[in-house]
Design a protein around this ligand. Structure first.
Ligand SMILES: *Cc1c(COP(=O)(O)O)cnc(C)c1O
Length: 411
């Protein structure tokens, strides 16, 4: 039998059983502790964190794990980012600089607070914000920079903090994909003024949905806590509403499950790193394929490969071919940069006003590196803490098989 014929073309797939996946129990670590946590909360009869104990305990434990002064829990990663932007409190029309490659949950909170997302370009290998393009985008209206640690690789966050300090603006870190990724002697989320995390189904740890923010700044922490609770200063016992805000509270059920998940986080990261190191060693010699750069700092929410299309072949053919081999792969991560989504490009915001984007345009070519990554170079493989050596070896075998078939170099 011809082992080199691609499954796409009728050959035998490298793998016929599914890899562990975050979409079911095979790729999640929910054990007896999580089951007990849910039962504990239900039997207590108190499911709301306003009077409960689980969410306050989670906030303390998360702050300790991060080494942060304050942690505030909320209902999603998007909510966490909204808390952060609301704490910055931009004037309508002020600008927040961010990245075109992320989840839309990074961008919409900016618009919900009536500020304008300004997109800076990214590094052509990591897809993380390039500090030089961020610096070039700063104007007198810039209030904050919102950086994402894409796929688990830290953005150049120390440089971004220096830049923000020079301009007296706030640095927000979106750490939804990068729990505990080390930077110097600390971790992501601790370098900026505010760090934001998600507990959505696919993240390193999950309770279905949920979010957390950390900060060293007591005033920012207080504003974020109030913003998640209708501006209601509960500690004062007065029924007063101090500013426009929403209900983004985490429930006790989510808090209790997250406490159990938090004890598993270091193991999840270690196992993802071990699997990634094995994969990278297995494909390091392939021409036109750049494995994720890792100086001990990548926590592998996903495993992104950068293809040189002139050498390795067409990105979308790669994604189709790998998926047919039984190794799911996503060409580009996004359909288009976030600024090309209808909500932004067509300014579908509040009624017919287009506010606050009425004078803003997001043309093609705005961020060339991001566009090139999404269209031609960025191949994203789902990654998982439960991959075995055999699973990783199958992934390597499939990548090598597809490389042999699609690459444009001899041999
Ligand atoms: C998942 C994610 C979000 C949004 O988090 P939700 O909990 O789904 O609202 C925001 N930013 C990034 C980078 C993400 O990966």
């Amino acid at each position: 039998m011809d082992q080199t014929e691609l499954a796409r073309d009728g050959g035998t797939p490298v793998r016929s059983t599914p890899l562990p996946s975050v979409m079911d129990a095979s790729g999640r670590r929910f054990g007896d502790e999580e089951v007990k946590a849910v039962e504990r909360v239900l039997r207590s009869g108190m499911l709301s964190a306003t009077w409960g104990t689980e969410v306050p305990a989670l906030e303390q434990e998360f702050a300790e794990v991060l080494g942060a002064g304050h942690a505030v829990a909320c209902s999603s990663g998007t909510a966490a980012l909204h808390l952060a932007v609301a704490a910055v409190d931009p004037e309508p029309g002020d600008e927040i600089i961010t990245t075109p490659i992320s989840d839309m949950g990074t961008i919409f909170p900016i618009l919900m607070q009536n500020a304008v997302p300004v997109f800076a370009d990214v590094d052509p290998i990591t897809g993380n914000l390039d500090p030089a393009t961020v610096a070039a985008a700063i104007t007198p209206r810039t209030k904050a920079v919102l950086a994402v640690h894409l796929f688990g690789k830290p953005a150049p966050i120390v440089e971004l903090r220096e830049l923000c300090d020079q301009h007296g603006i706030v640095l927000i870190e979106d750490c939804a994909q990068a729990y505990l990724a080390p930077v110097g002697d600390t971790v992501v989320g601790r370098i900026g003024h505010i760090g934001c995390f998600s507990l959505q189904q696919t993240k390193h740890i999950s309770a279905g949905d949920g979010g957390l923010v950390v900060t060293e700044d007591a005033a920012l922490a207080r504003r974020m806590r109030l913003f998640a609770d209708k501006g209601w200063p509960r500690a004062t016992n007065e029924r007063n509403y101090l500013f426009l805000a929403l209900n983004y509270r985490m429930t006790e059920l989510v808090g209790a499950v997250t406490r159990a998940q938090l004890t598993r986080l270091a193991g999840v990261i270690a196992d993802r790193r071990t699997a990634a190191a094995r994969a990278t060693a297995g494909i390091a010699d392939l021409a036109g394929v750049t494995p994720p750069p890792d100086s001990g700092d990548h926590v592998y929410w996903q495993y992104p490969l950068i293809l040189d299309p002139e050498v390795a072949g067409d990105l979308h053919e790669w994604a189709t071919a790998l998926t047919a081999e039984g190794i799911p792969a996503n060409g580009g991560y996004l359909t288009s940069p976030l600024y090309a989504a209808p909500a932004l490009r067509d300014r579908v915001t509040y009624g017919d006003s287009h506010f606050p984007l009425q004078d803003v345009e997001y043309p093609d070519g705005l961020c060339p590196n991001a566009e090139e990554l999404i269209s031609h170079r960025l191949l994203v493989l789902p990654w998982n803490e439960n991959y075995t050596k055999t699973d990783v070896d199958d992934i390597v075998t499939a990548i090598r098989k597809v490389h042999t078939a699609l690459s444009k170099v001899a041999g």
